[in-house]
Ligand binder design. Structure first.
Ligand SMILES: Nc1ncnc2c1ncn2[C@@H]1O[C@H](COP(=O)(O)OP(=O)(O)O)[C@@H](O)[C@H]1O
Ligand SMILES: [Mg+2]
Length: 247
């Protein structure tokens, strides 16, 4: 079931989202009443101290996890009321997700990894589409390589190609540069920037103020709540805000 809103400028809207883990004295309010809009065609970074609810919020926004209460809209679709089957279909076609640890299938080549989401969605990937996806991340000549034959930065770029190959409305990334050296991180951030400049919407969790500074704006979480939102801030300003929140 989908509920239609009149006019949504946001790619993703979250309304009064709550998610609690555990019970009694072990209860943790991972997300504690979040209202947020992620604008279309824009790159939003999500920062906050460890345990502030960043990953939980991202997983709920991406339909990887259910909220206890609240609503999530992907464009005009209310995904909160989607069944697990509908969510699976949605994740395969309308959402891309990139993980810190790349999560490529080790036994498959780069080309096969990239074509996987298309196969899962019941589409027959053309070699040209898969090659174009790899070429767009600068890896046209690495299609036959398996993940272990690629550097970390190259593996993450394959993962980004895989996440984008279905043409998702939103690309989510949880610490996409967290496992990379500075140079590789740079190439991944350059790629994300180019993708947004071409119209993609990105929501990215990061610890790294230099990574967040490449985004258009940064949302700060603490204790499961949005406590700040800075647009166009420098890495220094973002680092200073994070240190304040960690105190
Ligand atoms: N599956 C889970 N079971 C129990 N507690 C969890 C689970 N996932 C996250 N938490 C808790 O929820 C809080 C927020 O976690 P998380 O969203 O991973 O934070 P962040 O990504 O900002 O580090 C933390 O206190 C964490 O321990
Ligand atoms: Mg996390």
């Amino acid at each position: 079931m989908t509920t239609t809103l009149t006019q949504t400028a946001a790619a993703i809207s979250m309304r009064d989202i709550h998610r609690t883990y555990g019970r009694g004295s072990a209860e943790v309010r991972a997300v504690d009443g979040v209202d947020i809009d992620f604008p279309r065609g824009s790159w939003t970074a999500v920062m906050g101290p460890s345990g502030s609810g960043k990953s939980t919020l991202l997983h709920i926004a991406a339909g990887l996890e259910h909220a206890d209460s609240g609503r999530v809209f992907l464009g005009d679709s209310d995904i909160t009321s989607s069944s697990d089957r509908q969510l699976t279909a949605l994740r395969r076609s309308r959402i891309g997700f990139v993980f810190q640890s790349f999560n490529l299938v080790g036994s498959l080549t780069a080309e096969q990894n990239v074509s996987l989401p298309l196969r899962l969605a019941g589409r027959r990937p053309s070699r040209a589409d898969v090659k174009a996806a790899l070429s767009s991340v600068g890896l046209a000549d690495r299609g036959r390589h398996r993940p272990r034959e690629l550097s970390g930065g190259q593996q993450q770029r394959v993962a980004i190609a895989r996440a984008l190959v279905t043409g998702p409305e939103v690309l989510f990334a949880d610490e996409p540069t967290g496992a990379l050296d500075t140079t590789s991180a740079h190439s991944v951030l350059d790629l994300l920037r180019a993708t947004v400049d071409a119209g993609q919407t990105i929501v990215m969790v990061t610890h790294d103020p230099a990574a967040a500074a490449r985004a258009d704006s940064t949302v700060f979480l603490r204790d499961g709540r949005v406590v700040d939102h800075l647009a166009g801030a420098s890495a220094g300003a973002l680092a200073a805000r994070l240190v304040q929140l960690e105190a």
